[in-house]
Design a protein around this ligand. Structure first.
Ligand SMILES: *[C@@H]1O[C@H](CO)[C@@H](O)[C@H](O)[C@H]1NC(C)=O
Ligand SMILES: *[C@@H]1O[C@H](CO)[C@@H](O)[C@H](O)[C@H]1NC(C)=O
Ligand SMILES: *[C@@H]1O[C@H](CO)[C@@H](O)[C@H](O)[C@H]1NC(C)=O
Ligand SMILES: *[C@@H]1O[C@H](CO)[C@@H](O)[C@H](O)[C@H]1NC(C)=O
Ligand SMILES: *[C@@H]1O[C@H](CO)[C@@H](O)[C@H](O)[C@H]1NC(C)=O
Ligand SMILES: *[C@@H]1O[C@H](CO)[C@@H](O)[C@H](O)[C@H]1NC(C)=O
Ligand SMILES: *[C@@H]1O[C@H](CO)[C@@H](O)[C@H](O)[C@H]1NC(C)=O
Ligand SMILES: *[C@@H]1O[C@H](CO)[C@@H](O)[C@H](O)[C@H]1NC(C)=O
Ligand SMILES: *[C@@H]1O[C@H](CO)[C@@H](O)[C@H](O)[C@H]1NC(C)=O
Ligand SMILES: *[C@@H]1O[C@H](CO)[C@@H](O)[C@H](O)[C@H]1NC(C)=O
Ligand SMILES: *[C@@H]1O[C@H](CO)[C@@H](O)[C@H](O)[C@H]1NC(C)=O
Length: 692
């Protein structure tokens, strides 16, 4: 009995000893797993429960991301007084000891995203007070409210960049960023901010970049942050944006107001350096028709500003305010996904430096192209997905679109374009006219003289390289539609009968063409002469969705890399039809959705070994009435086909055999049952007959 305590003690001692050695092993192991390079100790994802104590004391950067630290204890960093960067991403931190950063006079960058610092924010805020040199602080994803954030940022006057993204901030008052005079960058995206008090950013004289994306702001009025270079208020509920009427010079260069509910074009500062204005996905339009005024200059909006118990009515003359706003430096304007039905005269003229204009997905019906409108510097114009039925070109002013490189007119209702529109645009390389019902010049002889010429002319547009005419309802191409061009990319998909069985209409561009799409154009079995031998630079050929029964012809030197033959009527694999050279250049071939005959897929193994078939798993073949995936087919297909035939014979045999046997048995029984009488009958008959 007296021995029992001794045993227990020994046992306990033994256990603790073992535990100690284990923990020693763990730290030793972790010294090895922290990567140490040039003063950087990278210990991420090492399942550490505390800051390791055996790292080099001269470490400047310590990365402890994704370790379950939970608490950053007092003095746990005191072994590393030279730290400049500390990263504690996703460490489940709830508590930071108020003396944890004592002596960290050199710490410049502290990253604490995705922790739970709202738990004991007061102690954490107290800990930050010793960070005298801190420049970058990342507190994103910590469930912080505005009061917690204010406390944590208090007196951190050295800060240059702060992220409070993904927290639960709802209001910004004038105290939250007090004393952060050196702050240049402030990220507040993905909070619930619905109100910003006047003066909230007042002390931030150095602020350059402000991100308020993904909040609930209903409007921005009296915007007066003249020092700001970029402002991002995308994904809010903004109905209007109104800069202060002062004549102060704004530094603003980039303004992102996309994905809001703006009804009017924003009223921008009268003097700014704005070069990028993003207004995608709003409800903007011009409302001349609605107001029934003879000139847009009489358009007036009244803003009701409620501040506490004071209500102010501000009357803004939309057109004049717009007239005053300074857009001379604007280079990039995105107006896509809005409600614009027209562009007022003079609207684009103000933007003399504009190089990219996106008007995709609006309700434009006509567009007038004249001198300086759009401005001569324009390089990219996207008018796709509107209801354009007419483009008008002021006659006698050549070179309106002289800098234009890319012109997207896809998905409109154009039947033609003004004569010489493309020929005039001397730098144009890319035109997308897909999904407009047009015909190309020259028109077939029979149609000449029937009304005014309403064809689109691409002949002699020497700079043109890429042209999409998908789904344009083009008739059969004439032989010289692309004469004088050096097209490298051409899309003729979805124009039924466009080639009428020969590649002759493409002969002018056969040598330059690199990518050709002939999807769903009705190429059929009768076109045995579909010959791509002259297309020496062709790399990418799409022949899917036709009715080809045989492999197209490729002779001579070829550079073909991608070939798409899906959705055709091929029954055999293109084995012998592929010249050796094609087999070597080809990198990708699509062959699925053809009714291959399983018994005619000889050479399948050879193709497979080239590793060029991208849709291998989807290729099927027909075997009697079954559809089998080619990959499931055993190798040496011909024998299997014979076997399959033998098998079918056997099946018939098995089906027929019982019937035959039954019949045979029945016959035998009948035979033996009626043997005697039958014989007698015969005999008697013979007997009778013998009488004669
Ligand atoms: C600290 O991190 C910043 C980027 O966050 C980097 O530019 C700087 O070089 C790092 N400093 C050290 C000492 O690693
Ligand atoms: C840090 O030390 C202070 C006293 O200086 C103490 O109140 C606090 O609880 C300690 N915090 C931690 C996390 O150890
Ligand atoms: C912050 O600084 C102000 C003045 O610079 C000082 O009065 C105040 O006590 C400081 N607050 C804290 C919490 O250190
Ligand atoms: C604005 O912020 C959103 C969300 O982070 C981002 O997607 C967008 O690119 C930003 N805009 C600019 C101009 O940087
Ligand atoms: C617009 O105003 C004119 C006179 O000012 C009037 O004749 C016309 O009917 C009005 N149109 C609409 C649509 O209200
Ligand atoms: C507006 O509110 C302030 C206090 O918030 C009060 O002193 C003032 O009398 C109020 N004014 C009116 C017109 O109600
Ligand atoms: C209301 O408007 C007046 C004059 O425009 C201005 O002085 C005053 O500050 C405004 N008040 C508010 C609350 O905006
Ligand atoms: C033209 O716009 C359409 C629709 O917005 C788009 O799908 C297409 O890729 C664009 N074309 C070019 C050449 O950028
Ligand atoms: C191409 O664009 C440049 C720059 O905008 C312009 O100076 C030049 O005249 C244009 N070339 C032609 C052939 O129009
Ligand atoms: C298509 O080609 C056939 C024979 O090559 C010709 O008879 C027919 O007129 C052509 N169709 C068109 C629309 O050019
Ligand atoms: C192959 O099978 C498909 C689907 O059952 C059928 O539509 C097609 O006609 C068959 N083709 C041949 C050649 O048997």
């Amino acid at each position: 009995m007296e021995l029992l305590p001794l045993w227990l003690c020994l046992g306990f001692h033994f256990l603790t000893a073992e535990w100690r050695t284990r923990s020693a092993v763990a730290t030793a192991a972790c010294q090895r797993c922290c990567k140490l390079v040039d003063g950087v100790a990278d210990c991420r994802e090492q399942n550490l429960a505390a800051v390791p104590s055996n790292l080099p004391p001269y470490s400047q950067t310590l990365i402890l991301d994704a370790n379950p630290l939970k608490t950053l204890w007092n003095h746990s960093l005191q072994l590393y007084p030279l730290l400049e960067n500390l990263s504690l991403h996703s460490c489940r931190l709830e508590r930071i000891g108020r003396e944890a950063f004592l002596g960290q006079a050199r710490l410049r960058s502290l990253a604490l995203p995705d922790n739970s610092l709202s738990e004991s924010y007061k102690e954490t805020a107290a800990a930050f007070h010793s960070l005298r040199a801190l420049q970058r602080l990342d507190l994103s994803g910590n469930s912080l409210t505005e009061d917690m954030a204010a406390l944590m940022l208090q007196n951190l006057s050295s800060l240059e960049s702060v992220s409070l993204a993904r927290n639960t901030i709802m209001r910004l008052d004038d105290s939250i960023f007090e004393g952060l005079g050196h702050l240049q960058e402030l990220d507040l995206q993905r909070n619930y901010i619905f109100e910003i008090e006047g003066g909230a950013f007042e002390g931030l004289t150095g602020l350059r970049h402000l991100n308020l994306a993904y909040n609930n702001l209903p409007c921005i009025v009296d915007f007066s942050l003249t020092q700001l270079q970029s402002l991002n208020v995308s994904y809010n509920n903004l109905e209007w944006f109104l800069a202060s009427g002062e004549e102060a010079a704004f530094e603003l260069e980039v303004l992102d107001l996309s994905h809001n509910q703006l009804l009017f074009f924003p009223l921008l500062p009268q003097s700014s350096k704005l070069h990028t204005l993003l207004l995608r996905d709003n409800n903007m339009g011009f409302y001349k028709d609605l107001y029934n005024t003879s000139s847009p200059k009489e358009m007036v909006a009244q803003f009701l500003l409620v501040d506490g118990n004071i209500t102010n009515i501000t009357t803004v003359n939309l057109w004049e305010e717009f007239d005053f706003s300074d857009l001379a430096d604007l280079r990039f304007l995105d107006l896509s996904q809005n409600q614009f039905q027209y562009m007022p005269d003079g609207f684009l003229r103000k933007m003399s430096s504009l190089s990219h204009l996106n008007l995709n997905q609006n309700c434009l019906m006509t567009l007038h192209i004249g001198e300086h409108e759009p401005p001569g510097a324009l390089m990219e114009l996207d008018l796709s997905q509107n209801q354009l039925s007419e483009l008008r070109l002021t006659p006698g002013i050549p070179g309106c679109l002289r800098s234009l490189r890319s012109f997207n007119l896809s998905s409109n209702q154009l039947l033609s374009v003004p004569t010489g529109l493309f020929a005039d645009a001397g730098n144009i390389t890319t035109v997308d006219m897909s999904h407009n019902q047009i015909s190309l010049c020259p028109q077939p002889a029979g149609l000449d003289g029937v009304g005014p010429p309403s064809c689109v002319d691409f002949r002699n547009v020497a700079s043109l390289r890429s042209l999409s005419l998908e789904g344009c309802g083009l008739g059969t191409l004439q032989d010289c539609s692309f004469q004088g061009t050096a097209l490298t990319h051409l899309d003729l998909s979805g124009n039924w009968g466009v080639l009428n069985g020969s590649t002759t209409p493409l002969q002018n561009i056969a040598l330059t063409l690199q990518a050709l799409s002939l999807r769903d154009v009705g190429l059929s079995a009768s076109f045995t002469e579909l010959d791509f031998s002259g297309f020496r630079n062709l790399r990418d050929l799409d022949l899917s969705g036709n009715s080809l029964t045989s492999f197209p012809r490729f002779r001579g030197s070829l550079a073909l890399q991608t070939l798409d033959l899906r959705r055709n009527s091929l029954t055999a694999l293109p084995q012998g039809a592929m010249p050796v050279q094609l087999m070597t250049s080809l990198r990708t071939i699509y062959l699925s959705q053809n009714p291959y005959d399983c018994c005619r897929v000889e050479g399948w193994g050879a193709l497979q070994s080239l590793h060029t078939i991208s849709d291998l798993a989807m290729i099927t073949c027909n075997l009697s009435s079954r559809v089998i995936r080619l990959v499931d087919l055993p190798r040496g297909t011909p024998q299997d086909c014979k076997w399959e035939r033998v098998n079918m014979d056997l099946l018939y045999l098995v089906l027929i055999l019982p019937s035959c046997l039954t019949l045979l048995v029945a016959c035998t029984i009948t035979f033996f049952t009626f043997k005697k009488p039958l014989l007698q009958v015969i005999k008697s008959r013979c007997h009778w007959s013998s009488i004669y």
